[in-house]
Write a protein that binds this ligand. Structure first.
Ligand code: NAP
Length: 298
């Protein structure tokens, strides 16, 4: 046990309140790192723990959480959609994208929302803010994270949103899964072969695939040839945060793109969740970011 863990254990009391993250697997989650630092900084008697929960145990676990008074929890793969029927309410944004990443106890109800959208758009509304209404987004990948990115691009008000996938059947399923969403007609889907036509139009190019994630640091979803026709000033946004920068961001930067990596999204979605659980408007975001950077050796 290192000295940091020892300090957390020393501060646990009979009144300590419980937060956590559910996933399967969950041991690689970075959420405990940033949330426990934030809770310590705030001097609150809470602890945030990882809960490995297999899909078949999800309902039992959530019922157990209610019994023991868990205040709230983060939701990661593979539970972001499966959790929905177990909740009493979900927010309009979680409803629209069909995925929940944050659950809080309100009275005797579980209420779900999705803070990935807020996390994704945070740097695009602050450091890299611009008039998005004339801009076009190209999103690579059609998995779970892509749902929040589509919603984030809709919220930013981008003129056109193009999502590109490698598997035509999964792409059709993705499109179909939005049929009851208010965002259904806000984006178009394309096969990977259409990228040469889309790349020259992109003002915001987002990688939501895991290609290039550590340890596969020499991989990139697009080659330098693919990116040769990127317009100048394009923002290249990779949801991956290790390595920093990814090959995708390195190649894009060589073409004059402005790079954004996934760390800030991770920090900001966590900060937004913590505000909900603690019902307070500010949380120590800088300490959360620093804790992750220290942990990741960045
Ligand atoms: P996911 O649900 O497994 O989706 C991955 C997507 O990438 C799928 O559409 C998959 O295509 C596509 N893909 C995988 N390999 C590909 C390849 N070789 N060529 C083309 N497409 C490929 O994963 P996810 O939950 O969306 O996560 C994706 C990435 O985002 C991960 O690296 C994750 O760590 C990161 N992420 C970061 C944050 C953050 O806060 N920064 C938050 C969420 C996720 P198919 O559908 O055809 O299989």
């Amino acid at each position: 046990m290192n000295s940091q863990n020892y300090n957390y254990c020393q501060s646990i009391t009979g009144k300590t309140q419980l937060l956590g993250v559910i996933g399967h697997p969950v041991e690689h989650s970075l959420s405990p790192v940033m949330h426990n630092v934030a809770l310590a900084k705030l001097g609150l008697d809470y602890v945030y723990l990882p809960f490995p929960i297999a899909p078949e145990n999800l309902a039992t676990a959530i019922a157990g959480f209610a019994t023991i008074g868990v205040v709230g929890f983060s939701v990661t793969i593979p539970h972001k959609q499966a959790i929905i029927p177990l909740l009493s309410e979900i927010s309009p944004i979680a409803q629209a994208i069909g995925a929940v990443n944050t659950v809080t106890r309100q009275g005797n109800k579980w209420v779900g929302t999705n803070t990935d959208v807020e996390g994704f758009i945070a740097p695009l509304q602050t450091t890299y803010q611009q008039d998005w209404s004339q801009k076009k987004a190209v999103i690579l990948g059609n998995g779970g994270a892509a749902r929040a990115i589509v919603a984030g691009c809709v919220q930013l008000g981008l003129a056109e949103i193009h999502l590109v996938g490698r598997n035509i059947y999964k792409l059709k399923d993705f499109r179909q899964s939005w049929q009851n969403s208010p965002f259904a007609d806000k984006f178009q889907v394309h096969s990977w072969e259409e990228l040469p036509k889309l790349i020259p139009q992109a003002n915001l190019l987002v990688n939501t695939t895991p290609i290039g994630m550590y340890p596969h640091i020499d991989d990139s979803p697009l080659s330098s040839d693919d990116m040769a026709n990127l317009p100048s000033g394009v923002i290249a946004y990779d949801l991956i945060y290790i390595p920093k920068p990814t090959k995708f961001l390195q190649l894009a930067e060589k073409q004059g793109a402005i790079p954004i990596d996934g760390l800030e999204m991770l920090v900001q979605q966590g900060a937004a969740a913590l505000k909900i659980w603690l019902q307070q408007e500010t949380v120590p975001v800088d300490e959360m970011r620093q804790a992750l950077q220290n942990h990741l050796g960045l």
